[in-house]
Design a protein around this ligand. Structure first.
Ligand code: CAA
Length: 384
């Protein structure tokens, strides 16, 4: 491995690996069928400091660096991608946004229970008609005295049902494009916040993805995150960190699929020998290992830049683009190596393949990552 981990990073990786393979893996296949949200696992993950890893201890977090975070997240994804997406959204776009943009009062009230894992949070940006283009969102927030009144529908919201707090973006000024979008903290139980349709998904089945509907939902002005007009910036900077997280999830699932394929190839016999002796299989294994290692280095590199306080938007997108495309190839090959058995639910590779499919889509499609990367290289802000 090119990248040298510190003793502390290795300790975190080993601790999470042990926990993940013992506790999380035990019920992952079952939860893929039942779609049961692993609330008890999240409670334990909170105790281990995995729900607000990069947040300072005074706000309930673990004060870990971003490299430790990606190590931990990929270890969780190795066992269960559904669990890892909840952990990812919680750590990055929810906790980090509150830490970076929240007032002291907001941090004490909302960040502390989130970062310590007492409660789960959601970030609501996407809408039925605004996915890749969040500036075209239709949700509005109108100031009335000491409150904002929010109206609109958000779609595909991770932890929309199980989250206790929702950070939601809404337009406070229609006429100024992205500068007219603001972000609000809305606790569940606020009148007018309704959890809508829950998606029946191809993968990540144990994580809830729902509509979140705001019907004259009134929040005090104290619940605005940052200033009026900061909402788009909050979402974009949260997504920078989130995208390293999706890359780390991709790495974890790819490693799991790879390990399963190697194990299977070493025991499955055809033509008088184990199939790992056939060059066709050996070369596939070599290609998978190369792709995984390349993704790992890109993820470590982006996370290290974040740790050094350098701008890392482009590198996060590169890591996300490469790792999410990589895991789709690796999981497909893992099924190929398993032959007919890989197509059945008796082997985990079938679940890995389905879970991986969304990684090139959420937190910015591969096409969006290419826009971000090329815009940074060419410094060309022209819209498509
Ligand atoms: N950090 C902070 N600010 C940023 C930023 C960043 N990374 N990127 C852009 N901005 C700011 C810019 O500085 C600029 O602000 P000013 O004009 O005030 O200087 C403003 O945002 C607009 O920037 P651009 O002109 O570069 O942005 P754009 O409009 O050309 O492109 C985009 C934006 C990259 C296409 C963006 O819309 C995007 O990322 N779209 C995809 C959205 C997405 O990823 N959605 C996923 C939803 S979340 C999800 O999937 C949730 C889940 O639950 C798993």
């Amino acid at each position: 491995m090119l990248f040298k981990l510190t003793d502390e990073q290795l300790m975190i990786q080993n601790m999470v690996r042990e926990f993940s393979r013992k506790v999380i893996a035990a019920t992952a296949s079952e939860r893929d069928k039942t779609k049961e949200f692993p609330a008890e696992n999240f409670r334990q993950m909170g105790e281990l400091g995995l729900m607000g890893m990069m947040i300072p201890e005074i706000y309930g977090g673990e004060e870990a660096d971003a490299v430790s975070y990606v190590l931990a997240l990929s270890e969780i994804a190795y066992s269960c991608a559904s669990t890892s997406v909840v952990m990812s959204v919680q750590n990055s776009i929810v906790c980090e946004s509150l830490y970076k943009f929240g007032t002291e009062e907001q941090k004490l009230k909302f960040l502390v229970p989130l970062a310590s894992g007492e409660i789960i949070g959601a970030f609501a940006l996407t809408e039925p008609d605004a996915g890749s283009d969040p500036v075209s969102q239709a949700t509005t927030a109108v100031r009335e005295g000491d409150s904002y009144v929010i109206n609109g529908t958000k779609r595909f919201i991770t932890s929309g049902k199980n989250g206790s707090v929702v950070l939601v973006t809404a337009k406070t000024n229609e006429s100024v494009g992205h500068r007219g979008i603001s972000c609000f903290i809305v606790p569940k139980g606020t009148p007018g916040l309704v959890v809508g349709h829950m998606e029946d998904k191809m993968g990540l089945r144990a994580s809830d993805t729902t509509d979140v509907i705001f019907e004259n939902c009134r929040v005090p002005i104290a619940n605005i995150l940052g200033k009026e007009g900061d909402g788009f910036k909050i979402a974009m900077s949260g997504l920078d960190s989130g995208r390293i997280g999706i890359a780390a999830q991709s790495l974890g699932v790819a490693q799991a699929a790879f390990d399963a394929a190697v194990k299977y190839a070493q025991k499955r016999k055809q033509f008088g020998s184990v199939i790992s002796k056939h060059q066709a299989i050996r070369f596939q294994i070599a290609d998978m290992a190369t792709q995984i290692e390349a993704a790992r280095q890109l993820i470590f590199s982006a996370a290290s830049m974040k740790d050094r306080g350098e701008p890392y938007t482009k590198e996060a997108s590169i890591a996300k683009l490469f790792a999410s495309e990589m895991v789709n190839k690796v999981t497909a090959r893992a099924i190929q190596i398993h032959g007919g058995y890989g197509f059945t639910k008796d082997y985990n590779v079938e679940r890995y393949y389905r879970d991986a499919r969304v990684f090139t889509i959420y937190e910015g499609t591969s096409e969006i990552q290419r826009m971000v990367i090329s815009n940074h290289i060419l410094r060309d802000k022209r819209k498509p």
